[in-house]
Ligand binder design. Sequence first.
Ligand SMILES: *Cc1c(COP(=O)(O)O)cnc(C)c1O
Length: 425
Amino acid sequence: MIRKTRLFTPGPTPLLPAAQFAMAAADIHHRTPEFRAMYTRVLAQLKEFVGTKNDVIILSSSGTGAMEASVSNLTSPGDRVLVLTAGKFGERWTALAKAFGCEVDVVSAPYGQTFSLDQIKAALKLETRVVFMQSSETSTGVRHCVPAVAELLKDTHSEALLVVDAITGLGTTHLDMDALGVDVLIGGSQKAVMIPPGLSYLAVSQRAWDRMEASYNPRYYFDLRKERKNAKLGESAYTPAVALIAALAAALDWIAAQADGDLAAGRKKLIENAETVSAMTRAAVQALGMTLFAPDAPSAAATAVLPPVGVDSGVIVKELKSRFGAIITNGQGEMKGQIFRIAHLGFFDFMDTIAIIGALEQVVAKSLPSPGFAFGNGLIAAQKVFAERSAAAAAESPCLCGRTDACCSLKHADVGASATLVGAK
Ligand SMILES: *Cc1c(COP(=O)(O)O)cnc(C)c1O
């Protein structure tokens, strides 16, 4: 059979055709009124997409560039910071903070899980300057509960800034940055906004802008204050990735068009889409006898799955590509061979989801001497989830995380008056 190549990877994600056309036509110089008009518009749209009144900065870098900028702009050597980690991207925060001379406290949870609020309470100190975390830990398919951590910081009157890598959280999780009091929220171009890699963006609170003045870590290309100054004039400090910015404008227009031009409503639809597609996938893999790697706090960005016992996840990854042209991802680092991951953030629809589940049935059946499921079992489970979610869509009242099912293993009710800072009088 012929095969169409299709990405089911959590970054890069499938490209939006309208964005690709916009890129191809982006023959614009970056010091012209044309560019300034486009850049100003994209920055305003991004605020709406992130859901914030805070200033948003775009950097020409992959997502890690914005993570590094958060560390270099907000900390000074010797600062105490707290990293919440349960996977490869959490570990990146630790490495970055150490690289810039921070004293790093770490709260960790095993891969596939999220941390408990008690752990965080115990690790938070009076002198903690910044808390770094992921909204969605892409390496394990876990959603961490940003609202619970934000509330804890508020309740304990912590001076710590909250910096959230929402690179796969944006477009998959309802995150009200301003109401929660998140100080930096980071996104990347090759994720929910459906364009190629090469841009990162961050929304930055006033508290964080103020903190930058006190930081004496070295920074030059990633000096956020300089970018902010230029952004106010419709420009970037250095030559921006013009084509990607044109693509981003087209993608944000497309997201708005999903809700009659209302970008905030379009963002919600994109999140609901990821929620539905991920719920279909979770139901399907379980109906095929496989186990979810992150059953308690699953991310809507990507589903991590333990393959059938005795099967290397790399075999599933390889066979999906060679037989069906479907690109999924293996586990990262020591999780390689142990799990496979299927992405849902961005440009994935019902048809894509049914197709990957159908292909997965073929590949898993072939990997076992006797499959233990009938063809169609995964598809039936996914179909049911889709029908139920479509029927229930209007009638739901979301929790703080914006989800109706338990968003994570942290209980919002846990965050209460009893919370105190370690070392507080
Ligand atoms: C993709 C991703 C990043 C950024 O990685 P880059 O390769 O630098 O774009 C950071 N955090 C998470 C959670 C991610 O999924």
